[in-house]
Design a protein around this ligand. Structure first.
Ligand SMILES: Cc1cc2nc3c(=O)[nH]c(=O)nc-3n(C[C@H](O)[C@H](O)[C@H](O)COP(=O)(O)OP(=O)(O)OC[C@H]3O[C@@H](n4cnc5c(N)ncnc54)[C@H](O)[C@@H]3O)c2cc1C
Length: 307
């Protein structure tokens, strides 16, 4: 689809190619969504910062994507520059800590740390996302969240860089202070605290955690849990109790295995997924007087009639 930019484009700096009208669905775990007007996949922090600075200076909207495992991208795609973060540096630093680039996959972070006898990051095997996306949303599973291991992070925000401590990120359930900032705050890297342990013991725990995941989650493409759990309850339980398990809209389906997952059965659109989200939220509000909030982030344009 041809797109029209209303602002003149900067001469993009750095070594990452900037592509026009680039498809984004393959870069998400849902496999849904349109194209980016402009797209780059920087592999180094200087390239990432140079792109952010250039877009900011030209007042071009910026969207950052990690592994695309917690987003629903609209069928009409994303205006401005979309950055697919490929900064995957890893470094062991004193006092059993790890400094990682924000594009590192959480599972890779766990495996790399295990090889070095660094424990505590095993929960990463359950999160098919990047470190940056996980800091943004305080991702967690198996009783551990990013907030439990993060010491500090470097971020870019509105053309300036700063270092934020764990306390400054004001982490809560699937929340960080980054979500409340205007503009596009971007996690550049983070330092995580590990504890020493034997590599074999750590790997054994990771294998067991992965096995648990496989037995409870649907295999079809999804973006994980669609809704945050309301206080003292589970969104999946409520959606199932509302009788919606297995409900389909086009090629999207409320999973018949875990009702807080919506799966793409092949060829689903963002409008299909959004319609199911709308339906689940309305049914739970009607029947239980509980307002469900989405955990997944809606990005871009084109969600049909049910945003
Ligand atoms: C099968 C499956 C199981 C899952 N299980 C879990 C689970 O157990 N626990 C859990 O917490 N999550 C889970 N998720 C959701 C998802 O993996 C996490 O939310 C993950 O942290 C998202 O990371 P990402 O890189 O994919 O982010 P993306 O989906 O790419 O982006 C999500 C949001 O983070 C922002 N973002 C991405 N990178 C950065 C950055 N560098 N700086 C600032 N903002 C950024 C994006 O702009 C967007 O708003 C699951 C997903 C799937 C598909």
């Amino acid at each position: 689809m041809a797109t029209i930019m209303t602002r003149s484009l900067p001469a993009w700096p750095g070594s990452a190619a900037v592509l026009a009208d680039h498809p984004l669905a393959p870069l998400t775990t849902f496999g849904v969504g349109g194209s980016a007007d402009h797209f780059a996949a920087p592999e180094s922090t200087p390239d990432l910062i140079a792109l952010l600075d250039a877009a900011h200076a030209a007042a071009i909207p910026i969207t950052v994507l990690g592994e695309g495992s917690n987003v629903l991208i609209g069928d009409a795609g994303i205006r401005g520059l979309t950055i697919h973060n490929r900064v995957v540096t890893l470094e062991a630093i004193p006092a059993n800590a790890v400094r990682a680039g924000s594009g590192v996959l959480m599972g890779r972070l766990a495996a790399w740390s295990a090889e070095r006898g660094l424990a505590g990051l095993e929960f990463g095997v359950g999160i098919p996302g990047s470190l940056g996306g996980s800091v943004f949303g305080n991702a967690g599973c198996f009783g551990v969240e990013i907030k439990d291991v993060l010491i500090e992070t470097n971020i870019w925000h509105d053309g300036a860089q700063s270092r934020l401590s764990n306390a400054e990120l004001v982490f809560a359930y699937r929340h960080s202070a980054l979500q409340a900032l205007s503009g596009t705050p971007v996690v550049l890297d983070a330092i995580l605290q590990a504890v020493p342990d034997g590599s074999e013991a750590i790997r054994a725990r990771m294998t067991e955690l992965s096995r648990q995941r496989r037995t409870t989650q649907p295999a079809n493409p999804s973006a994980g849990s669609v809704f945050r759990n309301p206080p003292d309850d589970h969104a999946g339980r409520l959606i199932e109790a509302a009788g919606l398990k297995g409900t389909r809209c086009g090629n999207a389906q409320i999973s018949d295995r875990h009702a807080n997952f919506i799966t793409n059965r092949g060829g689903a659109t963002a409008a299909d997924v959004a319609a199911l989200i709308h339906r689940a939220r309305a049914a739970v509000a009607d029947q239980f007087n509980i307002q469900l909030e989405t955990e997944i982030r809606f990005i871009g344009e084109g969600f049909g009639a049910s945003p």
